[in-house]
Design a protein around this ligand. Structure first.
Ligand code: CJB
Length: 830
């Protein structure tokens, strides 16, 4: 990437060693930081010292922008977006910040002159894995776009001491290792020890008279202190830097002293441990949430700290809470922070002495809610018993919100008691549970899904009754991903090519400009550039896989990639069935003409999700047999890339030829990996699910391999009585693939190992893998044919990249700004 548009040069470069962007200034600053912050000098610096010094050098430059941005925002009094998310999956900071500052190339040169191995320095960074997958990564993309679009915004979340586990593969099985990302220090954050708020748990409530009004006092039995850690988030090619504020849980000092003074030493230590546990570890998702008391504590903890912080800011600026909802709009990233609705009511009523009606008016106009899934197991509910024990005051408030809400419903739908039971915030049917999605919906002025199809399903299924009541509150905002991370950082060759074709790098902020590539789709010379770029990325990946995984793959083969969380609904096992069928075809007919393929899988399974873990074992077992079989291993290779995370993913997107987006229709809310692949020129094989539908619309049906039953067809099949075993009777190859797994061929003769998986497919098949098997195979055969015609393939690949503008997260954020948040850019100047 050129450094042409770097913000410093646009607005007059500073001479200061901490802010200047010239090569000499960067070199000097690096040596200075190495010396004064790390106590090292060039000759003895380890790669990690070098990384830290480089990070501090970049951070200094960001702080300059950050402080000026904060001043600008303060002066403008503009509305601020607060993005509340239990997850932020940021990926490594260094490369991304160098790009956004516009100093990647000059830093590379500075590094070379200092004799540093620039790539090795980038490689040193351990990413903050504060998220599970799509939802957390989406939050990170949105922070990047908010800053780039110069929107005043704060991301609020939890500073987990341990992020998502590191995944090792041992004997084909997933093994989890704790993620100690903070061990060697985090140069990107600034602790704010003075910025701390108390958060209460347990105890009881009592009423008292206050100025003739009855008010409630909450006497907790545990008080935890949330302390802020701030990370600057810089926009691309602008001077705006926003704030990510993460909360870490501690025991308040006064609490310790009390117990020490009464001689209860162990009690004090216990209280401290209990407090600090709250921000200890990120919960892996996809697991039944029974009994996850700590998770509810985490949710309340960060919602409360964030709201107390907003109230502090509001009172500081305006001296009153009256215009709170005009100053702040709070986006709830799924139901994880939904308790904020009740907590804002508590803060306004109990702590700031407001009456219910004005407090509710503010609350309801503050929040907006994004739903990310329809899967029943992910729709959060908490038992009234647990909720009441941990958060007695919040339970009272939820009851009151519910009472008033149901009165309205009753008036609207006279006599429809069934509807009232369905809409209640309390599910009376399953041991009395609080429905967090209902709380979020009732407390929000806008509710949105994350792709058109998903938003329609939200309206017609899980929130149908609410849509009947408030149709105007429902929206769609299709997800997007940031081209800074997923094109420039991941695929610099493609970025250079795009800049050349467009004449400048304006496409990075306006991806619709890539449409100008369309005429090049038939240009022979351009095809050559395209092929060279793709092959180089495939060679890089092949090298990386050889070094990291110890597998050799041929960059000339079709790279067929499926990376995402391992889940039955995402149907990695459908992909495996295709591989086994190809294997059997080649064994039966060794000279059969098949397009040589390398299948790459990656993704983590929730530690308690046994079927997902068995799918990982199956992939590795099939890989072991196929890769060692000389009869086929020149045409088929299977690789499982361990520890799929943002950093590793960056090697994959540029190198993929085919992107597997094969979820059961109706189950994937959006998907965002589908976008990352297509932006990098991979073709998609996919079902009509989530954002696949819109990607296909944009890139054109002829440039997308669609297969599978639609959501309605699958529903009908299920309603008619779905009998997967009968499908096997008619499909010889399917039966045979399942038999092969059951035979023990892939498990050293062990016929039991994969039995649960095979039997689940044959007799239940909840995600209708077998129903789509044949359609999938047919489409894969067409993929192989298309691959044989490189001119045609390249054409499709170029058109995919040219037409992916819609899926930049800048477009998503613009949608949110215009339709939901009603906020405008506030440009910061250096
Ligand atoms: N998603 O990653 C998660 N975690 C959840 O708990 C619920 C949903 C995913 O969110 C992504 C961002 O919206 C979607 O693209 C994806 O389809 C969904 O599964």
């Amino acid at each position: 990437m050129s450094d042409m548009n770097r913000p410093g040069s646009a607005v007059g470069e500073s001479d200061h060693i901490r802010t200047g962007l010239s090569k000499e200034q960067l070199k000097q600053a690096y040596i200075d930081n190495l010396f004064y912050l790390l106590g090292r000098f060039l000759e003895v610096a380890t790669p990690h010292d070098s990384y830290m010094a480089a990070a501090y050098t970049v951070r200094d430059r960001m702080l300059d922008r950050w402080i000026k941005t904060a001043r600008t925002y303060k002066a403008s009094q503009a509305r601020t977006v607060c993005y509340l998310s239990a997850e932020f999956l940021l990926g490594p900071h260094l490369a991304k910040n160098l790009i956004n500052l516009g100093i990647m190339e000059v830093s590379r040169e500075a590094g070379a002159e200092l004799g540093l191995d620039f790539e090795a320095i980038l490689e040193q960074e351990e990413e903050p894995g504060l998220g599970n997958g799509g939802l957390g990564r989406l939050a990170a993309c949105y922070l990047d776009s908010l800053a780039t679009l110069q929107i005043p915004a704060i991301g609020y979340g939890i500073r987990y001491e341990f992020g998502i586990f590191d995944q090792l593969i041992e004997d084909g099985w997933q093994v989890e290792k704790s993620d100690v990302w903070l061990r060697d220090g985090n140069p990107w954050e600034l602790p704010r020890p003075k910025l701390r708020f108390p958060v209460r748990f347990g105890g009881h409530t009592e009423t008292f008279q206050d100025d003739g009004r009855v008010r409630v006092r909450w006497i907790p039995d545990l008080v935890v202190e949330g302390r802020a850690y701030d990370t600057p988030i810089l926009g691309y090619g602008v001077s705006n830097a926003n704030l990510l504020r993460l909360w870490s849980a501690h025991a308040p000092e006064s609490f310790d002293f009390q117990a020490f003074n009464t001689g209860d030493y162990y009690g004090a230590v216990h209280a401290k441990v209990e407090a600090e546990t709250i921000s200890k570890v990120l919960y892996p998702n996809d697991e039944p949430q029974a009994g996850k008391e700590l998770r509810l504590k985490q949710q309340y903890f960060f919602a409360s700290c964030s709201l107390q912080d907003m109230i502090r800011l509001q009172l500081g600026a305006a001296g009153t809470l009256e215009g709170f909802h005009e100053k702040f709009v709070v986006q709830l990233n799924d139901t994880h922070p939904a308790i904020a609705v009740a907590e804002l009511m508590r803060l306004l009523i109990d702590e700031h002495r407001m009456d219910w009606e004005p407090a509710w008016e503010i609350t309801r106009r503050t929040f907006a809610f994004t739903n990310h899934t329809l899967l029943p197991e992910a729709l959060e509910t908490w038992t009234v018993a647990l909720f009441g024990r941990l958060l007695p005051r919040l339970l009272e408030i939820v009851y009151e919100i519910n009472r008033r809400f149901l009165d309205k419903v009753r008036m609207h739908f006279l006599g429809d008691e069934a509807r009232i039971a369905r809409m209640s915030l309390i599910d009376e049917g399953h041991g009395r549970r609080i429905r967090m999605a209902h709380l979020a919906t009732v407390g929000s002025f806008a509710i949105n899904g994350v792709a058109e199809m998903h938003s329609e399903l939200v309206k017609s299924t899980i929130l149908k009754d609410f849509h009947d009541l408030w149709p105007e509150r429902f929206h769609n905002v299709t997800n997007g991903v940031t081209p800074r991370r997923f094109i420039i950082v991941s695929n610099p060759r493609l970025a250079r090519l795009l800049t050349e074709c467009c004449g400048d790098d304006g496409w990075v902020r306006d991806m619709d400009r890539l449409r100008s590539l369309e005429p090049l789709a038939d240009d022979v010379g351009f095809h050559e550039d395209w092929r060279r770029m793709k092959t180089a990325a495939k060679r890089d990946l092949a090298d990386w896989l050889r070094r990291r995984v110890g597998v050799n793959v041929d960059p000339e083969t079709l790279f067929d990639v499926q990376v995402k969380r391992i889940h039955e609904y995402k149907r990695q096992h459908l992909n495996v069935l295709h591989i086994i069928t190809l294997y059997e075809r080649l064994k039966a007919e060794p000279n059969r003409d098949v397009a040589p393929r390398t299948f790459v899988f990656g993704g983590k399974a929730a530690p308690g999700y046994l079927m997902a873990k068995l799918i990982i074992k199956l992939i590795n077992s099939v890989a072991e047999v196929i890769n060692q079989d000389p009869q086929v291993n020149d045409r088929l290779r299977v690789v499982f890339m361990p520890d799929f995370n943002v950093k590793n993913a960056q090697h994959l997107y540029p190198a993929a030829d085919l992107s597997e987006q094969i979820s059961m229709a109706g189950k994937e809310a959006s998907g965002t990996g589908n976008m990352k692949f297509a932006m990098n020129g991979a073709l998609t094989i996919g079902t009509l699910d989530g954002a696949n539908v819109e990607i296909r619309e944009e890139v054109g049906d002829e440039n997308f391999f669609l297969f599978g039953h639609t959501a309605e067809q699958l529903q009908r099949l299920q309603a008619e009585g779905y009998r997967p075993w009968e499908i096997c009777n008619d499909r010889f190859e399917l039966r045979s693939a399942l038999d092969l797994i059951a035979s023990g061929l892939f498990s050293h003769g062990d016929k039991e190992l994969f039995r649960p998986l095979v039997e689940n497919l044959l007799y239940q098949d909840p995600f209708m893998v077998l129903a789509d098997y044949e359609l999938y195979l047919d489409r894969q055969t067409e993929v192989s044919h298309a691959w044989r015609d490189p001119k045609h393939w390249n054409r499709m690949s170029i058109l995919n990249v040219a037409r992916m503008g819609k899926f930049s997260s800048d477009r998503s954020i613009r949608d949110y700004c215009e339709r939901i948040w009603r906020v405008r850019p506030v440009p910061a100047e250096l």
